[in-house]
Design a protein around this ligand. Structure first.
Ligand code: A3D
Length: 320
């Protein structure tokens, strides 16, 4: 069986880490793509990681390019093209530049990788993945946004630290838009199968401490931007997108939170927003719809409204 092909559009901080992780997991051959001015970065990172492969013991071909022809026939395309946040900026501040970038990248993908499963990481995520699906015209199940895996990983880490248990035994359930309005569902988040509410009753933590952890999760990206000063998180975002790509390429059918296009689920139509989905060889194979209580519904509706206003801003920029 021929190796799969993975195209990474944007060879920056996340792009380089994606290339490394995809190789280490032997997901396929990898093309790092960037604009002509950054072609050297794409080629240099590709060569550097290729030279790491004998040491680490994996087989993958690496190349760098600024020519869309080189992504021809890609099975998976992961998009990080655009600019990241700097201290003091919100994700929404990026829309002016990144909407134009996604518009042009979408056209390139449509022409050269028409059968790809496309994972968008560029912020503001929910608006950019929606734009990508419109520009490519691909089926909604083949275009998905990475945010929930990262947000829930952050939540899982902070919970594991709070309880002094393994991160492996903490599951977390995060819905809604990527950003300040994200909706962590405590009822469905567990430690070793025990819900957080039960853990409060058992005296393992308090409601107040859980609320502080939820807030730290919401601000998880900004906390890292404040430390780095020159850009935003890249290791964990890359690992999160690789988990999605792996579930698609290996038909694992993992149940993970992603930005998916809703078609009436959760009372929303035609909008990308973070929900639990099953990812398998057909792409987004199922959207998992859970019942909300009144408080969760209010948080979700607020998140949907925030995403809608970003989409309106995006549409103005790209003239849709
Ligand atoms: P960075 O290291 O700046 O890399 C972005 C790359 O995109 C650069 O190499 C650019 O040259 C390249 N680029 C710009 N325009 C184009 C174009 N038209 N075609 C191809 N390449 C282009 O940023 P990064 O890797 O740190 O972050 C990339 C994006 O991911 C940013 O928008 C971040 O905000 C976003 N991000 C999202 C999350 C989520 O959880 C959704 C987390 C972290 C970062």
């Amino acid at each position: 069986m021929a190796r799969k092909k993975i195209a990474l559009i944007g060879a920056g901080q996340i792009g380089g880490t994606l290339a490394l992780l995809a190789g280490q997991k032997e997901l396929g051959d990898i093309v790092l793509f960037d604009i002509p001015a950054a072609e050297g970065t794409a080629k240099g990172k590709a060569l550097d990681i290729a030279q790491l492969s004998p040491v680490e013991g994996f087989d993958a071909r690496y190349s760098g390019s600024s020519d869309y022809k080189d992504i021809e026939g890609a099975d998976v395309v992961i998009v990080t093209a655009g600019v990241p946040r700097k201290p003091g900026m919100t994700r929404d501040d990026l829309v002016g530049i990144n909407a134009k970038v996604i518009d042009s990248v979408g056209k390139g993908i449509k022409q050269h990788a028409p059968n790809a499963f496309v994972i968008v990481i560029t912020n503001p995520l929910d608006a950019m993945v929606g734009l990508m699906q419109e520009v490519t015209g691909f089926a909604p199940e083949k275009v998905v946004g990475m945010a929930g895996v990262l947000d829930s990983a952050r939540f899982r880490l902070f919970l594991a630290e709070e309880f002094n248990v393994s991160v492996e035994d903490v599951t977390a359930f995060v819905l809604g838009g990527h950003g300040d309005t994200m909706v962590p569902l405590l009822r469905y988040s567990t430690v070793g199968g025990i819900s957080l509410h039960d853990l409060v009753d058992m005296g393992w933590t308090t409601k107040e401490r859980l609320e502080a952890i939820v807030q730290r999760t919401r601000d998880g990206g900004a906390e890292i931007v404040a430390h780095l000063k020159t850009g935003s998180a890249f290791y964990a975002p890359a690992a999160s997108a690789i988990a999605m790509a792996e579930s698609y390429l290996r038909d694992k059918k993992r149940v993970i939170p992603c930005a998916a296009k809703l078609n009436g689920e959760y009372g929303v139509k035609g909008l990308y927003i973070g929900v639990p989905v099953v990812i398998g060889s057909k792409g987004v194979e199922r959207i998992v719809e859970v019942e909300f209580n009144a408080e969760e519904k209010a948080m979700f509706d607020k998140s949907v409204a925030a995403v809608q206003s970003l989409i309106d801003a995006t549409n103005k920029i790209v003239g849709r």
